[in-house]
Design a protein around this ligand. Structure first.
Ligand SMILES: [Mg+2]
Length: 232
């Protein structure tokens, strides 16, 4: 089973391209490149607050928009205006959607080998499903589990066990791969699956590699390594 964002789908790049286009269209004099990391940080901060129940889904969007635009001296006059700003950003985000080059070849190879494929993603169905449909991923997945629909998010073991239950298979016979060490790989290990951490940038610290090794999680740099791991 796979994570979606930044595992198969190049979420981070689409986010950066999307916010850059959105800001350029409204604040042409701003040096957008200098603010991209901040937009990433605000997503990390407020989306996590949503995942742990501190904010609702629209609330995390408004918080990201307000905090980001405050740096330019802009305040929104209403929740509706804040959400409208975010919706316009999303149009640019969607325009920038793309898969990683290794995504479809990996899925095709696993499918050809008779491996059953599923997804567990921390998000809401209405936001995640269009990515699967638009990017021709959907046909590869027997089951797609979203935290928004299930009610708890990774790394809670319950969501991994729920997905295994949909397949009717033992967690020990399942493998989960994602780009976050704790949320994905160690979360999966905690539920009894084989966990795989996809470290595309090779950015792992010695401490993180130690954590992965101690838990028995595998570390890969590309999805091309996955078919061999699954067959092992
Ligand atoms: Mg991810």
């Amino acid at each position: 089973m796979f994570d979606l964002d930044d595992t198969l789908f190049h979420h981070r790049q689409a986010v950066r391209d999307g916010i850059a286009a959105h800001v350029r269209s409204t604040l042409p004099d701003v040096d957008v490149a200098a603010h991209l990391d901040r937009w990433d940080e605000l997503e990390e901060l407020h989306y996590h607050r949503y995942l742990v129940g501190e904010l609702d889904y629209l609330g995390q969007r408004r918080a990201r928009a307000r905090d980001f635009m405050a740096a330019f001296g802009h305040t929104f006059e209403s929740d509706a205006a804040t959400e409208a700003w975010f919706e316009t950003y999303l149009l640019e985000y969607v325009r920038a959607w793309a898969l990683f080059d290794d995504a479809l070849p990996c899925l095709r190879e696993l499918s050809a080998a008779g491996i059953r494929i599923g997804m567990i993603t921390n998000g809401i169905p209405s936001f995640q499903q269009p990515k699967l449909d638009t990017l021709e991923l959907a046909a590869h997945f027997e089951h797609v589990v979203t935290s928004g629909e299930f009610g708890v998010a990774k790394p809670d073991p319950a969501i991994f066990l729920h997905a295994c239950g949909l397949f009717g298979i033992d967690p020990a016979e399942s493998l989960y791969v994602g780009d976050r060490l704790h949320t994905d790989a160690l979360g999966a290990v905690g539920a009894g699956l084989t966990g795989v951490w996809l470290d595309r940038e090779g950015a792992a610290t010695a401490h993180e590699l130690g954590e992965a090794a101690a838990s028995g999680a595998h570390v890969v740099r590309t999805l091309a390594e996955l078919p061999v791991l699954v067959a092992a």
